[in-house]
Ligand binder design. Sequence first.
Ligand code: MN3
Length: 244
Amino acid sequence: MNLTRREMLGSAAIVGGWMALGADAAFGANWQPSGGGDPYTLPPLPYDYADLEPHIDAQTMKLHHDIHHAGYVRKANEALAELAQVRVQGGDAVSRVRTLTDALAFNLSGHLLHSVFWSNMAKNGGGAPDPESRLASMIKRDFGSLAALKGHFNAAAGQVQGSGWGILAYEPNSQRLLVLEAEKHQNFSVWGVAPLMVIDVWEHAYYLKYQNKRSEYITAYWNVVNWANINERLEAAAGSAGQA
Ligand code: MN3
């Protein structure tokens, strides 16, 4: 996936707390409208269900992608369609805007984060970022070391109350990396950031294999991290800014 600054700036969507810094750049090529039909489509996994074994099991990957992620895509499309109906109907129907906007934020944020999540992982992943990469130098500058980032990220993901995400994001105003967490898919988000590396800590992401041991799942995640993808996302989001 080659992402350019132009593509990144090509569209900015503001959705439920996420400003997508360029749709393709932040979320991959398949999340956005493709002409006719539904605005959002489920991106295929970039690998086979079993490719992340033994760290993430094939059954979890299949259910997670084919059922859970697909559900967010479908419901985001439904929310948009219902909002369009409300605009036409007017009158009492307008009272549904708050509920539908909430549904749009939740489901579209879920779609976007899952799209990032799949691409953040790879068969034979793990290790560390290329030491020559912008990602490696920004991690060192903003966190001190990769180990410090991992400790911070693990804590954020581990401490999410209930269902949510751990997130490494690029914040364009300060041109820095931030570790964030999200409850559900959208709460605690920060305007304007580009999610670079995310981990889903909803129980559906790990319970079949790890049961209640979320921390073991988070530890295992580092064995499948696709650092090249994360650096690519950073390059697309940061462009010529913030050269570390
Ligand atoms: Mn999920």
